[in-house]
Design a protein around this ligand. Structure first.
Ligand SMILES: Nc1ncnc2c1ncn2[C@@H]1O[C@H](COP(=O)(O)OP(=O)(O)OP(=O)(O)O)[C@@H](O)[C@H]1O
Ligand SMILES: [Mg+2]
Length: 391
């Protein structure tokens, strides 16, 4: 078993006037066998959260519960969790074999023969038998990372805690290790909490992802939930690459129609969306000088070339196109800002040409102009797809 519950976790560094709140009021339940990714920009509190789970930091407030037992005050070695670090943290004077055996020697009463057998077995599974007698200095980055993982796996813990374990590897090896790690985790079914600032890693590896910003949880959900139904503008912008396009608009209502007014275009919405906007206005009015501000968001792949009769067509200017074969990224300009559309691979456009684009309403996200909270997300993908995606 490896079921974790984090209750009201708070971690403050420093004292007096120089307090840094690294984690604030974090609640989250991690299921047995789950792969949870903590993701967010630098300094948002990912490592601190993980170190609190591991027992390397003492929470200022809140509890860590493992399989029903409060482990908040337990020493790292008494938690049955194994941590893997970004810089591998292997002992340089020990061979790979000795590195892998070390933790077992310290924390179990297994005999030397039993330890040897477990190390051999794990090494074989990970394809590192041949390098067991080498020291870290003689190993490549990828090999060192495999040894560091092997050292965690050989302990047979309830939980793996991994802090950016792949970020020192080059891009190709990182992709390879990513899939290796995933299949290892699936094979063992060990609960894993994995920290990264790379949203692609989060999207591809996590059963669920927890997005943090300034020490606060922004959203926790499946990767596609966070992608299609972000709870706020921050999550919408952080998840997805190239990122969502955002346009500052003012919501105007005249004679029964609702229009989103941008400095360079106007976008009339349906009655449905208008009603949604009126509804959320009562809930949280973000009005300055009597005008309601909102942010219109649309993902690059949801932008279309406008039909001739589209009343909401938006005139833009092409900056640059990047044909990738399967799709073409078009960087275009509206007012002073640059935006991105991902169009079909056979679309050819000249720089500086005019381009009329359209934002299908069922793909548009709307966020409150003041709080960034999602007022309305795009229509979920078709029902059967949504069910498959666990949305
Ligand atoms: N030991 C410490 N003493 C004081 N401040 C700290 C300490 N550790 C972390 N912090 C601060 O707490 C905040 C969160 O840091 P943390 O290392 O958890 O961020 P992170 O999300 O892991 O960032 P990164 O992606 O850069 O690794 C930061 O402002 C950091 O400066
Ligand atoms: Mg960190």
């Amino acid at each position: 078993m490896g079921e974790i519950s984090v209750d009201g976790l708070r971690k403050v560094f420093g004292d007096g006037g120089d307090e840094i709140v690294a984690v604030e009021g974090l609640d989250c339940a991690i299921e047995d066998g789950e792969f949870l990714v903590l993701v967010g920009p630098s300094g948002c509190g990912k490592s601190t959260t993980l170190r609190c789970l591991a027992g390397l930091e003492r929470p200022t407030d809140g509890r860590i519960v493992l399989d029903g037992e409060d482990v908040t005050d337990r020493k790292p070695k008494d938690r049955n969790m194994a941590m893997v670090f970004q810089n591998y943290a292997l002992y340089p004077h020990m061979t790979a074999r000795e590195n892998m055996a070390f933790g077992l020697k310290m924390t179990t009463d297994l005999s030397t023969d039993e330890i040897d057998a477990r190390v051999e077995e794990t090494a074989e599974m990970m394809g590192i038998e041949a390098i067991l007698d080498k020291k870290p200095g003689e190993l490549s980055g990828g090999q060192q990372q495999r040894v560091a993982l092997g050292r965690a796996i050989v302990r047979d813990p309830e939980v793996f805690l991994m802090d950016e374990p792949l970020s020192n590897l080059d891009a190709k090896l990182r992709t390879q290790m990513r899939t290796e790690l995933q299949s290892l985790q699936q094979e063992f079914g060990v609960t894993t909490v994995y920290v990264t600032h790379d949203q692609t890693e989060a999207m591809t590896m996590g059963d669920r992802i927890a997005v943090l910003k300034d020490g606060r949880l922004q959203q926790i959900g499946t990767p596609l939930e966070c992608y299609h139904a972000p709870q706020n503008e921050f999550v919408a912008g952080f998840i997805g690459s190239p990122g969502m396009n955002f346009f500052d608009v003012v919501v105007e209502e005249t004679g029964g129609t609702t229009t989103l007014v941008h400095e360079a275009f106007e976008y009339e919405v349906s009655e449905d969306v208008g009603a949604d906007l009126r509804e959320t206005r009562r809930r949280d009015a973000a009005e300055t000088d009597g005008r309601r501000r909102a942010t219109l968001g649309i993902r690059p792949e949801d932008i279309r070339l406008a039909e001739a009769d589209d009343p909401n067509a938006i005139r833009t200017a092409v900056d640059v196109t990047e044909p990738l074969g399967d799709v073409t990224y078009v960087y275009f300009r509206v007012g002073d800002e640059q935006y991105t559309a991902s169009l079909a691979g056979d679309v050819l456009l000249d720089p500086n040409s005019a381009l009329d684009v359209s934002f299908p309403e069922d793909r548009v996200h709307l966020f409150d102009g003041r709080t960034g909270e999602a007022l309305r997300n795009r229509e979920p993908p078709a029902e059967d797809a949504a069910a498959r995606l666990n949305l």
